[in-house]
Write a protein that binds this ligand. Sequence first.
Ligand SMILES: Nc1ncnc2c1ncn2[C@@H]1O[C@H](COP(=O)(O)OP(=O)(O)OP(=O)(O)O)[C@@H](O)[C@H]1O
Ligand SMILES: [Mg+2]
Length: 705
Amino acid sequence: MVDADAAEAERLRRMLCDSETLFFTVHRAGGLAEALSLLEARRFDAILADVGERGDAETANLSKLLAQAGETPVILTTNVYEKARALEAVRAGAQDYVQKSQLNTNAIERILLYAIERHRARTRAEVQYAVSQVLTESETVPQARVRILQLLCEFLECSVGQIWDSDGLSGNLTRAEWWHVPSRDYSHLLSVSQGMCLKKGTDLPGLALSNGEPAWLSDLAPYSNLPHVAAALQEGLRSALAFPITLGTEIFGVMEFFSAERRGPDEELLKVFTNIGNQVGQFMAREMAEREKERLTKEHLLILDSTSEGIYGVDLQGSITFINRAAAEALGCTRTAVLGQNSHSSFHHTHPDGSAYEAQGCPLVRVLTTGQGCRVDDEYFWKADGTGFPVEYSAFPIVKDQRITGAVVCFTDIRERKQLEVELRVAQKLDAVGRLAAGIAHEINTPIQFVGDNAHFLQDAFRDAMKLQGKYAQLCQESEHGPVSERTRAEVKAVIEQIDWAYLQSEVPRAVAQVLDGVDRVATIVRAMKEFSHVDQSADKAAADLNKALESTLVVARSELKYVADVETDFGPLPPVVCHLGDLNQVFLNLLINAAHAIGNVVEETGSKGQIRIRTRQDGDWVEVDIQDTGTGIPEEIRDRIFDPFFTTKRVGEGTGQGLALARAVVVEKHGGTLTFDTVMGKGTTFHVRLPASGEPAARGAAAS
Ligand SMILES: Nc1ncnc2c1ncn2[C@@H]1O[C@H](COP(=O)(O)OP(=O)(O)OP(=O)(O)O)[C@@H](O)[C@H]1O
Ligand SMILES: [Mg+2]
């Protein structure tokens, strides 16, 4: 209370003391100077001031007082009430302007109470706003928390603030951040707190933690048995307040403040603290989620980098958003160089034959537009240095909130696998030739044997003919010197009879024909073997006659087939097919041997021979080869597995399960064709091979599915 009139001041003080609902502590200053120094020394809830009579002095005094009072509400009291003055004073910053003679206990109590409450409400809103601002501006949790401690210490006029973090598992509290007014260092309290581990329910922070709501000690003295309170008392601190940092039902920690004054609980303030505790809790939860996300991102990158598959991601425009180590190595680039670049124009711009690969045809574009994943078996990726390599890749969309935001591509360099496939095909072919060798030897042996027999016969016949020729020479000589003797004539006749010349005359041409036929048959087999074992050296396909190829394959396989089946061919006219002939021969052989085995199983039971029918036809741009058998048929339950590598139903040594897997790789992947089958149990199976005569499937990439 500022009033030069002591009697008047005393009257007002009594009025205040008469209040039954509120308790006032009044400090009086006799003049402005005294008031200013009082304000400097301590804080007041409100100021009742009579700053003199109307005039410049009053205005000047008022502004000095308001400046010193800061946020504290100032109510001007006067002996003479004037409307204009009142308005002027309120405009200058006073809360109210009242005529002293009109005041009574009720009125002054109400005026003060309202002013104080208005002021408190405003500062509470301000502090809450300031806390929100600190939280949005801070980058880290510790930084935010220290700034909030400072803010709240200043708002509460507290000297020290500390934050205690709760260990989620045990619920124990340990001190994390602290702040104190710069005028003192409070090192004793801070170092005692530093080493403490407070259990739930113990000490002031432990209490706030266990109750989940603010706790207030308006006088620390009775709690001096608590080491941390004892340290605060030693530092001259008198009261303390603690409130939990919460998110829903979870409590992350506790904020604690010490004041040098004894102060009782303020219900409204406690509500503010509950709110602030919540705000800080939300911030911490958000930060924790961010950190977790960061950790997961790092972990994902580590996982991505540990795989040998190349993996990269693209956004909707096809620009690279991430790339793993294996991909960067395989593509001969650095991560920083390709991030943000278009993946198609970086790695996928050209077909293996050197023609441009239009982006519209890229399977990845389809994935990004349709949202359907794809797997591509045989395409080329290009390195930064201009060299390419064959890849197998899959691309799948990244979908967020039901919208496609990009795609992930996983690829494998299949150079080595391709090489192995070639080696495997050669090995399988050699294996087949080896397995067929005994049969082929037998096939060659028969004609060779009768070539031999006939040659021996011709040798004998020639010797006999030479004998006859000798006699004829004698006869000719004799005739030159006169008539031929009867004896010589008889001798010639005897030789003709002895060597059975008539027989030789008819048999020698037949023997020669048989020799030629035998030689021809051997030559056919040898040629067929040579054609069959043709290994495609070049990477390029070449035009070939598939009917001829089937014929040679049949010759090679004859010994495997002829005991179980009669083979019937129905070859239609075919255009030349651009292909890797050696590989297709192997496919036909595999299908024929499978047919023979399937029929063999039937023959074992029935004893009667089966039939293999080979039919070729042209169908527009395509060529069809059907290989039909009267074997067992393929049981329903294995139909979708027969093309799997190493799937076999045969005994060890009879089959390895690679025949059809290889056939499909050759027909579908290498030639863009199809390999399908129809089968009826007990009747037999037909495999259909369809190949594009051009050697290229109609639409590029159609094999990708
Ligand atoms: N024409 C067919 N009739 C009945 N079953 C067949 C026929 N062709 C293939 N199969 C079945 O499919 C399986 C797989 O055939 P595939 O040619 O891949 O391997 P395999 O013949 O068992 O061994 P490999 O060909 O490597 O010597 C065979 O084991 C057989 O059960
Ligand atoms: Mg087979």
